[in-house]
Design a binder for this molecule. Structure first.
Ligand SMILES: [Zn+2]
Length: 302
C-alpha cells in the first residue's frame, strides 16, 4: 500500500538513546521553525531545507528537541522566537521560512514527514509551557520528548499528546448499477471542491462509535459496514487521521447545514471525468482524504 504523505516508518527515531543527555557534536544539526514555518535556502530552481550545525545556535537560548538520526547526523529541531530570529539574522541570510503544506508538492515524502514530526513537537512545547496540575512553568525534559513542572514538590512530567480523528468516505453499493460515493461539496468559481467527512474522536468513544456519530451528525446516515483503510499523522492539528470506507444502505441523506453545507453522490466515472474537466477539485494531494477518494475511484471505475 502507498505510504501516506507525512508518515515515514523508516526514519530512525533512535528510541533507545533519545532521552539520554549527550554532548553536542559536529554531527548534530538543527531544523528551525518560526511561527510554525521552516527555514529553507533557495538553491537555483529548488528550495533546500536548512540543516544548521547545532553549535551555531549556542549564542542564543533555545530548547531544541531531538528528532532522530539520518545519515549519521543527529537531527534536532527548535521553534525560534522573534528575538531569537533577530539575534541570528546573520546566519539566516539567503533563505526564508516556508509553510510545509505550501511546499508539499516539492518535498520528498521523507522530508515532509520529518518536518511534520518537528512541527508537532515544536507546537506541543508551545502549548505546554505551564503545569496543568499546579500552574507553575514547565521545562523541556528528556531532550524535548517530555516537559517537567519546575516546582520541586510537583515535578509532574507531561508527554506529547495527539488527538485521534476519523476521516470517512461514505459509499452505497446498489444490487444493480454502479457504486456511488457521497462527498462533501463546496461551490467555487470553476465548479466544486469535494472532500470526505471527518471529525475528532471524543472521550469514551471507539473509532467505530466516532464514525457512526459523526456520519449521523454531518449527513444523517446510518453506517452498516465499516472498513479501515489507512492512517496519516496530521501535525497541523496535533492529530492522527484514521481513514475508513463506510457503507450505507440507501442514498437518502441530509446535511447538517453547519459543518457540511452541501453534499452529493458521485459514481467513480463521474468523479474521474469531472476532475479531468477541472470542474471538481479534490482535497489537496498531501491529504489522506485525497487518497481515500482516488483509491475508491480506481477500485470502482469498471
Ligand atoms: Zn506542577
Amino acid at each position: 500500500m502507498k505510504k501516506q504523505y507525512y508518515s515515514n516508518p523508516f526514519f530512525d527515531r533512535d528510541i533507545e538513546n533519545r532521552r539520554v543527555s549527550s554532548t553536542i557534536s559536529a554531527n548534530d544539526v538543527l531544523i528551525i521553525s518560526f511561527q510554525h514555518k521552516f527555514y529553507f535556502f533557495q538553491e537555483k530552481e529548488r528550495k533546500k531545507l536548512a540543516l544548521f550545525p547545532l553549535e551555531l545556535f549556542n549564542q542564543i537560548s533555545i530548547n531544541s528537541s531531538f528528532l532522530g538520526v539520518q545519515k549519521d547526523k543527529k537531527i534536532w529541531t527548535a521553534e525560534l522566537t522573534e528575538t531569537n530570529v533577530k539575534s541570528v539574522s546573520e546566519i539566516l541570510k539567503g533563505g526564508r521560512f516556508y509553510d510545509i503544506r505550501d511546499l508539499a508538492d516539492q518535498l520528498a515524502n521523507e522530508q515532509a514527514a520529518l518536518l511534520a514530526y518537528a512541527l508537532g513537537i515544536n507546537k506541543w512545547h508551545q502549548i505546554t509551557r505551564f503545569c496543568g496540575v499546579c500552574g507553575t512553568d514547565t521545562k523541556s525534559w528528556e531532550n524535548g520528548h517530555s516537559r517537567k513542572c519546575k516546582k520541586p514538590e510537583c515535578s509532574k512530567v507531561f508527554y506529547p499528546q495527539i488527538s485521534p480523528a476519523i476521516i470517512v468516505l461514505i459509499e452505497y453499493r446498489p444490487k444493480k448499477g454502479k457504486p456511488l460515493c457521497l462527498l462533501n461539496k463546496r461551490k467555487i468559481d470553476s465548479g466544486y471542491m469535494c472532500s470526505t467527512f471527518a471529525g475528532f474522536v471524543e472521550i469514551g468513544e471507539s473509532l467505530e462509535d466516532a464514525v457512526a456519530r459523526e456520519m449521523k451528525e454531518e449527513v444523517n446516515v446510518d453506517v452498516i459496514n465499516l472498513c479501515y483503510v489507512d492512517s496519516q499523522p496530521w501535525s497541523f492539528s496535533s492529530s492522527l487521521m484514521m481513514g475508513f470506507v463506510a457503507e450505507v444502505a440507501h442514498t437518502i441523506f441530509e446535511v447538517d447545514g453547519e459543518e457540511i453545507k452541501d453534499a452529493a453522490w458521485f459514481s467513480a466515472k463521474e468523479i474521474d471525468q469531472l476532475v479531468l474537466k477541472n470542474e471538481l477539485i479534490l482535497s489537496k494531494p498531501d491529504s489522506i482524504a485525497r487518497f481515500l477518494i482516488e483509491t475508491w475511484v480506481a477500485n470502482n471505475l469498471n
